[in-house]
Ligand binder design. Sequence first.
Ligand SMILES: [Zn+2]
Length: 491
Amino acid sequence: MAGCLRGFFFAFLWAILLAGQGLPQAHAYEIEDQPGYLDPALELPVPGLVPAPEFDDSRSTSGDRLRRFDRVLEKLGIPEEAAPGFYDFPAPGSVSFDEVAAHFPTIDPDGALRKYLGIHSSGVSLFRDFFSSGISSSLLEFFLPFRQARAKTPREPDSSPLIDRLRKIGMQVKQGLYAHPLSGLRVVIDPGHMGSEEWDHRTGKFVSVGGKTVSEGDIARSTALLLAGELEDLGAEVILTRLKNGPVARTPFESFDPTPFLNQYFYNSLDSWMRNHLALPEDRYLASAMSAPEVEKAFSPSQRTQYFISGEDLEARARIIDESLADLVIDIHYDASKSNELQSGDRSIEAFVPGGVRSGETGSRVTRSHHLKHLLEVRRWRESVDIASAMVNSMAETLKLPLLTRPEFLTSVKVKDGVYARNLYLNRRTLRSLMVYLECLHYDHVREFPQLTLKDRVGTYRGETFAYPRRIDAVVAGAKEGILRYFRNLE
Ligand SMILES: [Zn+2]
């Protein structure tokens, strides 16, 4: 009881400070004894969460493995990770403990992020190292007070300006009186991968059989242009991350700077392969880490290509999303399990939404802060699930394909039929919008591939004319109807 009162007291103090000083509502701080700091002994368990398997870092006490990690980075000449930004996190009191606790199994299925969190009756804190009862407050990054069960103030959703805009569009769609029912909706459509022969061969995102080729980047681009045209006709403002095939990144592959992605590579390792080296005795860990095969790989030419494809280029797309202030982001992808042969097993459709961070993926403080935002913005996340579900269900009808229903798929966690939480770069990095990452159909399926090699239709978008397979019309019709259906059902 005393702990509970103390929690309330700090939440109260925090609220006064925020009101008095006009500070941002959530704030990152690392200074010992700063207001808002909570006694870690008040930590609450999260019901229903499966604990991550313990790994051997028993020898390194809290904070110690970070000191060792810093030494490894220094020796490698890798710069320190930039501090995460918490400026647009939910307002204090906009989410409750119960809501966040119920949200854990999809955002953090292994309890990997949970290791860094202190959950108290009054709020949640994020630390730079594993949370423990003795952890130094200097490792605290962020604290957000929960809405208390007894609070009398009316409840604001965690992403209220976004939800308000979506509701307004929902009213327009429901009334059925408008020529442009999606007027006011801002959408980013990102056609996955790059397309073009050069980049298909670097990324492997194509299927070639019997002298015919289907490129995922190319069919994704046609789908994106057609869907953009349809949504614009309904009044939406659409931003495409690319109009042509090729990289989105402005800097050429030959001269881009891989430093930020080398940095991510090593920070990601903190909770995966690096942890075993850091747990060795003081006189051995540094030499052991430096001779790890993963260190050699980090500086290899093939890894440099990866930094461009999965780093520089995806980050360029993420920046377009950030700058667009979009309400909705739609990532267009097609699936293939083979590259030089066709298959007849996999045919289902699915969409990925944010979440699903697995153990070994939480070493970066920036990554942790992104997942924490998805965890705390329960309402925004639920809307992503609802629009994703409406879209895949509608596409399953127009394409006459089944939804994916397996309990787990790759690293993702099932939310509902056809909708899975998955820690993909753009899902994680899309922090202010609804996010739907579509896998439209399997282009290596024996019945899809022949249809997709026929470019028997001509489309135009903003003066650009392009040939595409008519099968894509069903994808676009399903996606468009799914978006309208989502708004019709929005409460
Ligand atoms: Zn893809």
